[in-house]
Design a protein around this ligand. Sequence first.
Ligand code: FAD
Ligand code: NAD
Length: 396
Amino acid sequence: SNIPKIVILGAGYGGILTAQRLQKELNYNEADVTLVNRHDYHYITTHLHMPAAGTDSVENTRVPISKLIDEFKIDLVKSSVQEIRPHEKKVILEDGTLSYDFLVIALGGESETFGIPGMAEYAMTIRSINSVRLIRKHIEYQFALYKNERSPQERINFVVGGAGFSGIEFVAELADRIPALCKEYDVDPNLVNVYNVEAAPTALPGFAPELVEYAMEVLRKKGVTFKIGVAIKECKPDGVVLATGEEIKAATVVWTGGIRGNHMIEAAGFETARGRVKVDEYLRAPGSDHIYVIGDNALIMNPEGRPYPPTAQIAMQQGVCCAHNIVTAIRGQQPKKFEYSNKGTVASLGKGEGIAVVGDKHIKGWRAAQLKKIVDMRYLFIIGGIPLVLKKGKFL
Ligand code: FAD
Ligand code: NAD
Protein backbone atom coordinates (compact mmCIF):
# COMPACT_ATOMS: atom_id res chain seq x y z
CA SER A 1 0.00 0.00 0.00
CA ASN A 2 1.00 3.64 -0.28
CA ILE A 3 0.27 4.37 3.34
CA PRO A 4 3.44 5.76 4.97
CA LYS A 5 5.04 3.50 7.55
CA ILE A 6 6.14 5.03 10.84
CA VAL A 7 8.39 2.94 13.07
CA ILE A 8 9.12 4.01 16.65
CA LEU A 9 12.07 2.33 18.36
CA GLY A 10 11.73 2.19 22.15
CA ALA A 11 8.68 2.63 24.38
CA GLY A 12 10.23 4.76 27.12
CA TYR A 13 9.28 8.36 27.87
CA GLY A 14 9.93 9.64 24.37
CA GLY A 15 8.57 6.61 22.48
CA ILE A 16 5.31 6.28 24.43
CA LEU A 17 4.51 9.97 24.10
CA THR A 18 5.23 9.82 20.35
CA ALA A 19 2.98 6.78 19.90
CA GLN A 20 0.15 8.27 21.93
CA ARG A 21 0.25 11.57 20.06
CA LEU A 22 0.37 9.88 16.66
CA GLN A 23 -2.57 7.76 17.68
CA LYS A 24 -4.46 10.93 18.53
CA GLU A 25 -3.46 13.14 15.61
CA LEU A 26 -3.49 10.72 12.67
CA ASN A 27 -6.65 10.10 10.72
CA TYR A 28 -7.87 6.59 9.87
CA ASN A 29 -5.51 4.95 7.33
CA GLU A 30 -3.27 7.99 7.15
CA ALA A 31 -0.22 6.00 8.30
CA ASP A 32 0.84 2.62 9.71
CA VAL A 33 2.44 2.98 13.10
CA THR A 34 4.65 0.30 14.64
CA LEU A 35 6.12 0.56 18.14
CA VAL A 36 9.07 -1.72 18.86
CA ASN A 37 10.19 -2.40 22.41
CA ARG A 38 12.33 -5.06 24.03
CA HIS A 39 9.69 -5.79 26.66
CA ASP A 40 5.92 -5.79 26.60
CA TYR A 41 5.96 -3.27 29.44
CA HIS A 42 6.92 0.39 29.75
CA TYR A 43 9.07 1.15 32.76
CA ILE A 44 9.15 4.35 34.67
CA THR A 45 12.87 5.03 34.53
CA THR A 46 12.62 7.96 36.95
CA HIS A 47 11.43 5.53 39.61
CA LEU A 48 14.04 2.81 39.15
CA HIS A 49 16.22 3.86 42.10
CA MET A 50 13.48 2.59 44.43
CA PRO A 51 13.15 -1.03 43.27
CA ALA A 52 16.95 -1.04 42.93
CA ALA A 53 17.32 -0.37 46.65
CA GLY A 54 14.27 -2.46 47.49
CA THR A 55 12.21 0.41 48.93
CA ASP A 56 9.48 -0.16 46.36
CA SER A 57 8.34 -3.02 44.16
CA VAL A 58 9.11 -3.60 40.51
CA GLU A 59 5.36 -3.75 39.84
CA ASN A 60 4.98 -0.11 40.86
CA THR A 61 7.62 0.78 38.29
CA ARG A 62 6.16 -0.74 35.14
CA VAL A 63 2.96 -0.75 33.10
CA PRO A 64 1.94 -3.12 30.27
CA ILE A 65 2.30 -1.16 27.02
CA SER A 66 -1.04 -2.57 25.88
CA LYS A 67 -2.66 -0.43 28.60
CA LEU A 68 -1.08 2.73 27.19
CA ILE A 69 -1.79 2.46 23.47
CA ASP A 70 -4.67 1.45 21.27
CA GLU A 71 -3.55 -1.74 19.56
CA PHE A 72 -6.16 -1.26 16.85
CA LYS A 73 -4.20 1.82 15.81
CA ILE A 74 -0.62 0.87 16.67
CA ASP A 75 1.21 -2.40 16.07
CA LEU A 76 3.20 -3.34 19.10
CA VAL A 77 6.25 -5.47 18.30
CA LYS A 78 8.01 -7.00 21.27
CA SER A 79 11.54 -7.45 20.03
CA SER A 80 15.05 -6.22 20.49
CA VAL A 81 16.46 -3.83 17.88
CA GLN A 82 19.85 -5.00 16.64
CA GLU A 83 20.78 -2.60 13.89
CA ILE A 84 19.53 0.54 12.15
CA ARG A 85 20.20 0.78 8.40
CA PRO A 86 19.34 4.35 7.36
CA HIS A 87 20.42 3.86 3.74
CA GLU A 88 18.07 0.94 3.26
CA LYS A 89 15.35 2.51 5.47
CA LYS A 90 15.33 -0.68 7.48
CA VAL A 91 15.64 -1.78 11.05
CA ILE A 92 16.97 -5.21 11.92
CA LEU A 93 15.30 -6.89 14.89
CA GLU A 94 16.44 -10.03 16.67
CA ASP A 95 13.70 -11.91 14.87
CA GLY A 96 12.93 -9.99 11.70
CA THR A 97 13.25 -6.82 9.66
CA LEU A 98 11.07 -3.72 9.51
CA SER A 99 11.09 -1.13 6.76
CA TYR A 100 9.96 2.43 7.37
CA ASP A 101 9.23 5.76 5.74
CA PHE A 102 9.58 7.63 9.03
CA LEU A 103 11.76 6.44 11.89
CA VAL A 104 11.74 7.64 15.49
CA ILE A 105 14.77 6.61 17.52
CA ALA A 106 13.79 6.63 21.20
CA LEU A 107 15.93 3.80 22.54
CA GLY A 108 17.13 5.62 25.66
CA GLY A 109 20.67 6.00 26.87
CA GLU A 110 23.33 3.59 27.99
CA SER A 111 25.64 3.73 30.94
CA GLU A 112 28.87 5.65 30.20
CA THR A 113 31.91 4.10 31.84
CA PHE A 114 34.54 6.38 30.24
CA GLY A 115 36.69 3.29 29.71
CA ILE A 116 37.35 2.97 33.45
CA PRO A 117 38.92 -0.47 33.81
CA GLY A 118 36.57 -3.07 35.32
CA MET A 119 33.54 -0.75 35.48
CA ALA A 120 31.54 -2.49 32.76
CA GLU A 121 32.48 -5.91 34.16
CA TYR A 122 32.05 -5.49 37.91
CA ALA A 123 29.70 -2.59 38.59
CA MET A 124 25.92 -2.72 38.31
CA THR A 125 23.79 0.02 36.75
CA ILE A 126 20.29 1.43 37.22
CA ARG A 127 18.94 1.19 33.69
CA SER A 128 16.05 -1.23 33.38
CA ILE A 129 13.73 -3.48 35.36
CA ASN A 130 16.13 -6.38 34.91
CA SER A 131 19.18 -4.39 35.98
CA VAL A 132 17.52 -3.10 39.17
CA ARG A 133 16.18 -6.52 40.14
CA LEU A 134 19.79 -7.68 39.99
CA ILE A 135 20.97 -4.85 42.26
CA ARG A 136 18.27 -5.54 44.81
CA LYS A 137 18.91 -9.30 44.96
CA HIS A 138 22.67 -8.78 44.97
CA ILE A 139 22.46 -6.47 48.00
CA GLU A 140 20.21 -8.88 49.91
CA TYR A 141 22.54 -11.75 49.06
CA GLN A 142 25.57 -9.85 50.43
CA PHE A 143 23.82 -9.56 53.79
CA ALA A 144 23.06 -13.29 53.75
CA LEU A 145 26.64 -14.15 52.77
CA TYR A 146 28.04 -11.90 55.48
CA LYS A 147 26.56 -14.13 58.14
CA ASN A 148 27.73 -17.35 56.50
CA GLU A 149 31.30 -16.37 55.78
CA ARG A 150 33.68 -15.02 58.39
CA SER A 151 31.96 -11.64 58.27
CA PRO A 152 34.12 -9.99 55.63
CA GLN A 153 33.60 -6.23 55.74
CA GLU A 154 33.33 -5.86 51.94
CA ARG A 155 29.99 -7.71 52.01
CA ILE A 156 28.42 -4.83 53.91
CA ASN A 157 30.32 -1.98 52.25
CA PHE A 158 28.45 -0.32 49.40
CA VAL A 159 29.88 2.05 46.83
CA VAL A 160 27.81 4.30 44.60
CA GLY A 161 30.01 5.82 41.89
CA GLY A 162 28.88 9.32 40.85
CA ALA A 163 26.81 11.83 42.83
CA GLY A 164 24.64 13.17 40.01
CA PHE A 165 20.88 12.90 40.41
CA SER A 166 20.82 9.13 39.86
CA GLY A 167 23.57 8.51 42.41
CA ILE A 168 22.04 10.79 45.03
CA GLU A 169 18.52 9.40 44.62
CA PHE A 170 19.75 5.81 44.79
CA VAL A 171 22.08 6.29 47.74
CA ALA A 172 19.20 7.90 49.66
CA GLU A 173 16.97 4.87 49.05
CA LEU A 174 19.78 2.49 49.92
CA ALA A 175 20.42 4.30 53.21
CA ASP A 176 16.68 4.04 53.94
CA ARG A 177 16.71 0.31 53.26
CA ILE A 178 19.78 -0.60 55.33
CA PRO A 179 18.03 -0.62 58.74
CA ALA A 180 15.44 -3.12 57.50
CA LEU A 181 18.13 -5.32 55.94
CA CYS A 182 20.17 -5.21 59.14
CA LYS A 183 17.14 -6.30 61.11
CA GLU A 184 16.27 -9.08 58.72
CA TYR A 185 19.82 -10.47 58.59
CA ASP A 186 20.88 -9.73 62.21
CA VAL A 187 23.63 -7.32 61.24
CA ASP A 188 24.70 -4.40 63.45
CA PRO A 189 23.81 -1.25 61.44
CA ASN A 190 26.95 0.49 62.77
CA LEU A 191 29.08 -1.95 60.78
CA VAL A 192 27.53 -1.08 57.40
CA ASN A 193 29.19 1.56 55.20
CA VAL A 194 27.58 3.37 52.29
CA TYR A 195 29.98 5.48 50.20
CA ASN A 196 29.08 7.93 47.48
CA VAL A 197 32.12 8.88 45.40
CA GLU A 198 32.06 11.94 43.13
CA ALA A 199 34.85 13.16 40.85
CA ALA A 200 33.66 16.77 40.54
CA PRO A 201 34.43 19.32 43.29
CA THR A 202 30.80 19.03 44.46
CA ALA A 203 27.92 16.57 44.54
CA LEU A 204 25.15 17.39 42.03
CA PRO A 205 27.43 19.60 39.91
CA GLY A 206 25.56 22.58 38.50
CA PHE A 207 22.76 22.46 41.07
CA ALA A 208 22.14 25.27 43.58
CA PRO A 209 24.87 25.01 46.26
CA GLU A 210 22.41 25.68 49.08
CA LEU A 211 20.35 22.65 48.02
CA VAL A 212 23.43 20.48 47.47
CA GLU A 213 24.55 21.23 51.05
CA TYR A 214 21.08 20.41 52.32
CA ALA A 215 20.98 17.12 50.38
CA MET A 216 24.39 16.05 51.66
CA GLU A 217 23.40 16.85 55.23
CA VAL A 218 20.20 14.78 54.94
CA LEU A 219 22.16 11.87 53.49
CA ARG A 220 24.99 12.10 56.02
CA LYS A 221 22.39 11.84 58.76
CA LYS A 222 21.11 8.67 57.10
CA GLY A 223 24.64 7.27 57.30
CA VAL A 224 26.11 8.04 53.85
CA THR A 225 29.84 8.82 53.64
CA PHE A 226 30.74 11.18 50.81
CA LYS A 227 34.03 11.23 48.94
CA ILE A 228 33.86 14.39 46.88
CA GLY A 229 36.44 15.64 44.39
CA VAL A 230 37.95 12.21 43.88
CA ALA A 231 37.42 10.02 40.82
CA ILE A 232 37.06 6.26 40.76
CA LYS A 233 39.84 5.07 38.50
CA GLU A 234 39.27 1.34 38.60
CA CYS A 235 36.59 -1.14 39.58
CA LYS A 236 37.48 -4.61 40.82
CA PRO A 237 35.40 -7.61 41.82
CA ASP A 238 35.96 -6.62 45.47
CA GLY A 239 35.79 -2.83 45.33
CA VAL A 240 37.06 0.35 43.75
CA VAL A 241 40.36 2.18 43.47
CA LEU A 242 40.25 5.96 43.74
CA ALA A 243 42.45 8.46 41.92
CA THR A 244 44.27 9.08 45.23
CA GLY A 245 45.29 5.42 45.30
CA GLU A 246 42.93 4.68 48.18
CA GLU A 247 40.96 1.45 47.84
CA ILE A 248 37.46 0.91 49.10
CA LYS A 249 36.63 -2.74 49.55
CA ALA A 250 33.03 -3.41 48.56
CA ALA A 251 31.28 -6.40 47.04
CA THR A 252 28.61 -4.01 45.74
CA VAL A 253 29.45 -1.19 43.35
CA VAL A 254 26.61 0.66 41.64
CA TRP A 255 27.79 2.94 38.84
CA THR A 256 25.82 6.14 38.32
CA GLY A 257 28.66 8.06 36.69
CA GLY A 258 26.78 9.20 33.62
CA ILE A 259 25.03 8.10 30.46
CA ARG A 260 25.65 8.23 26.73
CA GLY A 261 23.60 7.57 23.61
CA ASN A 262 22.78 4.08 22.39
CA HIS A 263 25.73 2.43 20.62
CA MET A 264 23.52 1.39 17.66
CA ILE A 265 23.21 5.02 16.60
CA GLU A 266 26.94 5.42 16.15
CA ALA A 267 27.07 2.05 14.42
CA ALA A 268 24.39 3.25 11.97
CA GLY A 269 26.76 5.97 10.78
CA PHE A 270 25.15 9.02 12.38
CA GLU A 271 27.51 11.70 13.57
CA THR A 272 27.43 11.63 17.36
CA ALA A 273 28.86 13.22 20.47
CA ARG A 274 28.98 10.78 23.39
CA GLY A 275 26.64 8.63 21.32
CA ARG A 276 24.04 11.39 20.88
CA VAL A 277 22.83 12.92 17.63
CA LYS A 278 22.79 16.69 17.33
CA VAL A 279 19.30 16.99 15.86
CA ASP A 280 17.95 19.94 13.90
CA GLU A 281 15.29 22.29 15.29
CA TYR A 282 12.57 19.85 14.17
CA LEU A 283 14.27 16.92 15.99
CA ARG A 284 15.55 15.28 12.78
CA ALA A 285 18.96 13.73 12.33
CA PRO A 286 21.17 15.94 10.15
CA GLY A 287 20.66 15.17 6.48
CA SER A 288 17.77 12.77 7.16
CA ASP A 289 14.42 14.54 7.03
CA HIS A 290 12.54 11.33 7.85
CA ILE A 291 14.57 10.19 10.88
CA TYR A 292 13.78 11.71 14.26
CA VAL A 293 15.95 11.21 17.33
CA ILE A 294 14.51 12.00 20.76
CA GLY A 295 15.16 11.53 24.47
CA ASP A 296 18.53 10.49 25.83
CA ASN A 297 19.85 9.97 22.29
CA ALA A 298 19.22 13.53 21.13
CA LEU A 299 21.61 16.40 21.69
CA ILE A 300 20.04 19.85 21.84
CA MET A 301 21.76 23.06 22.86
CA ASN A 302 20.18 25.60 25.18
CA PRO A 303 20.28 29.31 24.29
CA GLU A 304 23.67 29.58 26.07
CA GLY A 305 25.07 26.92 23.76
CA ARG A 306 25.31 24.16 26.35
CA PRO A 307 23.53 20.82 25.95
CA TYR A 308 20.27 20.33 27.84
CA PRO A 309 20.66 17.47 30.32
CA PRO A 310 18.90 14.32 29.11
CA THR A 311 15.76 14.01 31.24
CA ALA A 312 12.34 12.40 31.14
CA GLN A 313 10.87 15.88 30.99
CA ILE A 314 12.61 16.82 27.75
CA ALA A 315 12.05 13.34 26.25
CA MET A 316 8.28 13.70 26.74
CA GLN A 317 8.15 17.14 25.16
CA GLN A 318 10.21 15.87 22.25
CA GLY A 319 7.82 12.93 21.79
CA VAL A 320 4.91 15.33 21.42
CA CYS A 321 6.80 17.60 19.00
CA CYS A 322 8.16 14.78 16.86
CA ALA A 323 4.74 13.13 16.50
CA HIS A 324 3.33 16.46 15.39
CA ASN A 325 6.15 16.99 12.89
CA ILE A 326 5.67 13.55 11.36
CA VAL A 327 1.96 14.25 10.89
CA THR A 328 2.72 17.61 9.26
CA ALA A 329 5.34 15.97 7.02
CA ILE A 330 2.76 13.42 5.85
CA ARG A 331 0.27 16.20 5.15
CA GLY A 332 2.80 18.47 3.49
CA GLN A 333 2.39 21.13 6.17
CA GLN A 334 4.90 23.23 8.11
CA PRO A 335 6.63 21.44 11.02
CA LYS A 336 7.03 23.02 14.47
CA LYS A 337 10.36 23.96 16.00
CA PHE A 338 11.12 22.17 19.23
CA GLU A 339 11.18 24.50 22.19
CA TYR A 340 11.96 23.14 25.61
CA SER A 341 9.90 24.39 28.48
CA ASN A 342 11.64 23.69 31.78
CA LYS A 343 9.09 22.90 34.48
CA GLY A 344 11.74 22.53 37.18
CA THR A 345 13.79 19.78 38.78
CA VAL A 346 12.85 17.65 41.75
CA ALA A 347 15.05 15.00 43.34
CA SER A 348 14.00 12.70 46.11
CA LEU A 349 16.29 12.09 49.10
CA GLY A 350 14.43 9.07 50.41
CA LYS A 351 11.38 8.94 52.61
CA GLY A 352 9.84 12.35 53.21
CA GLU A 353 12.90 14.27 51.95
CA GLY A 354 13.81 16.00 48.73
CA ILE A 355 15.14 19.07 46.99
CA ALA A 356 13.64 21.02 44.10
CA VAL A 357 14.17 24.05 41.93
CA VAL A 358 11.07 25.49 40.30
CA GLY A 359 11.67 28.73 38.44
CA ASP A 360 13.85 30.65 40.88
CA LYS A 361 12.34 28.96 43.94
CA HIS A 362 14.33 26.53 46.06
CA ILE A 363 12.28 23.91 47.86
CA LYS A 364 13.56 21.44 50.45
CA GLY A 365 12.41 18.67 52.73
CA TRP A 366 8.88 17.36 52.98
CA ARG A 367 7.47 19.87 50.47
CA ALA A 368 9.96 18.77 47.84
CA ALA A 369 9.08 15.13 48.54
CA GLN A 370 5.38 15.97 48.03
CA LEU A 371 6.24 17.77 44.82
CA LYS A 372 8.05 14.65 43.58
CA LYS A 373 4.88 12.63 44.14
CA ILE A 374 2.84 15.18 42.23
CA VAL A 375 5.30 15.05 39.31
CA ASP A 376 5.14 11.23 39.32
CA MET A 377 1.34 11.26 39.39
CA ARG A 378 1.16 13.87 36.65
CA TYR A 379 3.19 11.51 34.46
CA LEU A 380 0.90 8.57 35.24
CA PHE A 381 -2.05 10.79 34.38
CA ILE A 382 -0.53 11.91 31.07
CA ILE A 383 0.20 8.37 29.87
CA GLY A 384 -2.64 6.41 31.48
CA GLY A 385 -5.28 8.80 32.78
CA ILE A 386 -7.05 8.46 36.13
CA PRO A 387 -7.09 4.61 36.13
CA LEU A 388 -3.28 4.46 36.08
CA VAL A 389 -2.99 7.17 38.75
CA LEU A 390 -5.29 5.13 41.00
CA LYS A 391 -3.42 1.92 40.31
CA LYS A 392 0.20 3.05 40.68
CA GLY A 393 0.01 6.48 42.31
CA LYS A 394 1.24 7.13 45.83
CA PHE A 395 -1.01 9.29 47.92
CA LEU A 396 0.77 9.68 51.22
P1 FAD B 1 13.95 5.47 28.12
O1 FAD B 1 12.88 6.01 28.98
O2 FAD B 1 15.18 4.93 28.76
O3 FAD B 1 13.29 4.33 27.21
C1 FAD B 1 14.00 3.57 26.28
C2 FAD B 1 13.15 2.36 25.89
O4 FAD B 1 13.78 1.67 24.81
C3 FAD B 1 12.98 1.33 27.01
O5 FAD B 1 11.64 0.95 27.09
C4 FAD B 1 13.88 0.18 26.58
O6 FAD B 1 13.40 -1.07 27.02
C5 FAD B 1 13.82 0.28 25.06
N1 FAD B 1 14.99 -0.29 24.39
C6 FAD B 1 16.29 0.00 24.63
N2 FAD B 1 17.08 -0.69 23.79
C7 FAD B 1 16.27 -1.42 23.00
C8 FAD B 1 16.50 -2.31 21.92
N3 FAD B 1 17.72 -2.61 21.48
N4 FAD B 1 15.42 -2.88 21.32
C9 FAD B 1 14.16 -2.59 21.74
N5 FAD B 1 13.89 -1.75 22.75
C10 FAD B 1 14.93 -1.17 23.37
N6 FAD B 1 14.48 12.49 34.44
C11 FAD B 1 13.61 13.45 34.86
O7 FAD B 1 13.23 14.31 34.06
N7 FAD B 1 13.16 13.47 36.14
C12 FAD B 1 13.52 12.53 37.05
O8 FAD B 1 13.07 12.60 38.21
C13 FAD B 1 14.43 11.52 36.65
N8 FAD B 1 14.80 10.55 37.52
C14 FAD B 1 15.64 9.55 37.10
C15 FAD B 1 16.00 8.56 38.03
C16 FAD B 1 16.84 7.54 37.66
C17 FAD B 1 17.23 6.48 38.67
C18 FAD B 1 17.33 7.48 36.31
C19 FAD B 1 18.23 6.37 35.88
C20 FAD B 1 16.98 8.47 35.40
C21 FAD B 1 16.15 9.51 35.78
N9 FAD B 1 15.77 10.53 34.89
C22 FAD B 1 14.90 11.52 35.30
C23 FAD B 1 16.24 10.52 33.49
C24 FAD B 1 15.16 9.89 32.59
O9 FAD B 1 14.78 8.65 33.13
C25 FAD B 1 15.66 9.69 31.16
O10 FAD B 1 16.18 10.89 30.67
C26 FAD B 1 14.49 9.21 30.27
O11 FAD B 1 14.07 7.93 30.68
C27 FAD B 1 14.89 9.18 28.79
O12 FAD B 1 13.78 8.78 28.03
P2 FAD B 1 13.98 8.00 26.66
O13 FAD B 1 12.62 7.92 26.05
O14 FAD B 1 15.07 8.59 25.88
O15 FAD B 1 14.47 6.54 27.04
P1 NAD C 1 25.12 12.56 35.49
O1 NAD C 1 26.00 12.60 34.31
O2 NAD C 1 24.20 13.68 35.73
O3 NAD C 1 26.01 12.40 36.81
C1 NAD C 1 27.12 11.54 36.86
C2 NAD C 1 28.08 11.99 37.96
O4 NAD C 1 29.16 11.05 38.05
C3 NAD C 1 28.69 13.36 37.67
O5 NAD C 1 28.51 14.18 38.79
C4 NAD C 1 30.15 13.03 37.41
O6 NAD C 1 31.03 14.06 37.83
C5 NAD C 1 30.36 11.76 38.22
N1 NAD C 1 31.49 10.94 37.74
C6 NAD C 1 31.87 10.71 36.45
N2 NAD C 1 32.96 9.93 36.41
C7 NAD C 1 33.30 9.65 37.70
C8 NAD C 1 34.34 8.89 38.30
N3 NAD C 1 35.26 8.26 37.57
N4 NAD C 1 34.37 8.82 39.64
C9 NAD C 1 33.45 9.44 40.41
N5 NAD C 1 32.44 10.18 39.89
C10 NAD C 1 32.35 10.28 38.55
O7 NAD C 1 24.32 11.15 35.39
P2 NAD C 1 22.98 10.69 36.13
O8 NAD C 1 22.97 11.10 37.55
O9 NAD C 1 22.80 9.25 35.81
O10 NAD C 1 21.87 11.53 35.37
C11 NAD C 1 21.65 11.33 33.98
C12 NAD C 1 20.58 12.27 33.50
O11 NAD C 1 19.32 11.94 34.08
C13 NAD C 1 20.84 13.72 33.88
O12 NAD C 1 20.45 14.55 32.83
C14 NAD C 1 19.97 13.95 35.07
O13 NAD C 1 19.54 15.30 35.16
C15 NAD C 1 18.80 13.03 34.80
N6 NAD C 1 18.22 12.60 36.08
C16 NAD C 1 17.33 13.43 36.67
C17 NAD C 1 16.80 13.10 37.90
C18 NAD C 1 15.82 14.03 38.54
O14 NAD C 1 15.46 15.03 37.93
N7 NAD C 1 15.37 13.75 39.74
C19 NAD C 1 17.19 11.90 38.52
C20 NAD C 1 18.12 11.08 37.88
C21 NAD C 1 18.63 11.45 36.65
